[in-house]
Design a protein around this ligand. Structure first.
Ligand SMILES: *Cc1c(COP(=O)(O)O)cnc(C)c1O
Length: 423
């Protein structure tokens, strides 16, 4: 792709963009003058689809009209509501439908799946994760280690960027797995790192870890809806994600979980159980069936009946992804948007900032992380004042994520101009 820094080029790209009309399907937050902000924080909270309000109202109406009968008579019966979002979720992560369930929140799902898949022994008790990692994942992992009577400072190992670098080298990850593999119970990696925006080679990491007998879990918070995934084919053991970032399903939206079918069908696995994970055939026999009989699918990890009002926006969000043709066309546009942003930032002669996200297209998603060398907070405030919605990560990183569903090339062009003028 050859880019140009001329404004006309950006406008031309928008005119040619076959996904451009999806922008109109979202509510765009505006400044005081009523003009849309340059919303580059879809990696933090995706925008609200215009269809989401009606989807929630449908459930409220069904509740008002039907009361308890809504479980079977609602437009989408509540009893099996989670099944209505299973297939589109499975398409986004590259899974078989029975490998996926939408439930809870990300950190809760991480704990539930670690309860099954992190079974440390004296000789194999370590967890390998990347640094910097999102704090919730670190807390969850350290508390799981402690829960099993091990010490986080002995059992947690971190794959880090080399001195003076920002991305973690693939060979570094593989070397760690090679060296410590026999003691590693679980490799828990992000799909895309929240801080640097680095996209990891999940297929290679999974293969290297499994070769050494480790279980592989992936946190897809910044990857789902951002990059194409093939969890089933990559043979990942389990994965979790949230649905309020690139998936646009609303603040605190219901999250997702993937369990590879070779585990999902295994009814013998230890797990934390609740009635919604029980085989539906006997679920309502209640006190007559005190023995838990797990469903032979990812549903077996469900605990409670689903929060219907919170799940409604998942359906509208997935419908947009399906209508756009899934992740392949979205990824193609995303690579152009982010590639264009890289190109424009390279044109700015100053040395006051560095893009720390890896450049190769197979090593990043939508997000670019910009490290500001001088007065980073001031720069961020100036960007905000100029109508850019970005986010700031201490101590000095500004994250911007133009997303394929609702951002434009012209917004990328304007952002680069604003940055050049204000830094
Ligand atoms: C966003 C994010 C979370 C958030 O966790 P919740 O349980 O949804 O609050 C956790 N981990 C990572 C890597 C994230 O990016």
């Amino acid at each position: 792709m050859t880019y140009s820094a001329e404004e006309d080029f950006a406008r031309q790209m928008d005119r040619q963009d076959s996904l451009g009309h999806f922008r109109g399907r979202f509510f765009l937050p505006c400044n005081r003058a009523g003009e849309p902000l340059i919303y580059f924080v879809g990696n933090s909270l995706g925008l609200m689809p215009k269809t989401s309000r009606a989807a929630v109202e449908q459930e409220l109406d069904d509740w008002a009209r039907l009361g308890v009968d809504g479980h079977f008579d609602a437009a989408t019966p509540w009893y099996s509501y989670h099944e209505s979002v299973r297939e589109p979720a499975a398409r986004l992560v590259g899974a078989q439908p029975h490998e996926v369930v939408c439930m809870n929140s990300l950190t809760v799902n991480l704990h539930l799946l670690m309860a099954t898949f992190y079974r440390p022994t004296r000789s194999r008790h370590k967890i390998l994760m990347e640094e910097p990692a999102f704090p919730s994942d670190t807390y969850a992992i350290k508390s799981q280690i402690a829960q099993h009577g091990f010490q986080p400072n002995e059992s947690l190992i971190l794959a880090r960027p080399r001195e003076g670098e920002f991305a973690i080298r693939q060979e570094e990850i593989e070397a760690l797995i090679e060296r410590e593999g026999e003691q590693i119970a679980l490799v828990l990696f992000a799909g895309v790192n929240f801080f640097t925006g680095q996209l990891f080679d999940l297929e290679k990491i999974t293969a290297a870890a499994q070769k050494r007998g480790c279980i592989v879990g992936i946190d897809l918070a910044h990857a789902v809806g951002n990059v194409p995934l093939r969890l089933h084919d990559w043979n990942v053991d389990f994965a979790v994600w949230c649905s309020y970032k690139y998936l646009n399903a609303g603040p605190g939206a219901v999250a997702g979980a993937f369990v590879h079918e070779r585990h999902a069908r295994n009814r013998e696995l230890p797990r934390l159980a609740g009635w919604w994970g029980n085989d539906p055939a006997t679920r309502f026999r209640m006190q007559l069936e005190p023995e838990f009989v797990p469903v032979a699918s990812a549903d077996a990890w469900q605990l409670s009946n689903p929060p219907i009002l919170a799940m409604a926006p998942l359906g509208t969000s997935f419908a947009i992804f399906d209508e756009a043709g899934g992740m392949e066309p979205l990824r193609a546009k995303s690579l152009q948007l982010t590639g264009y942003l890289c190109f424009l930032l390279d044109q700015i002669p100053s040395r006051l900032f560095t893009v720390i996200t890896p450049r190769p297209p197979n090593e990043h998603g939508s997000q670019l992380s910009i490290l500001a060398h001088e007065r980073p907070k001031d720069l961020f405030t100036k960007l905000e004042a100029a109508g850019v919605k970005a986010d700031f990560r201490e101590p000095n990183v500004i994250r911007v994520a133009p997303t394929a569903l609702y951002n434009t090339f012209h917004e990328v062009w304007r952002f680069a101009r604003i940055l050049a003028e204000h830094q």
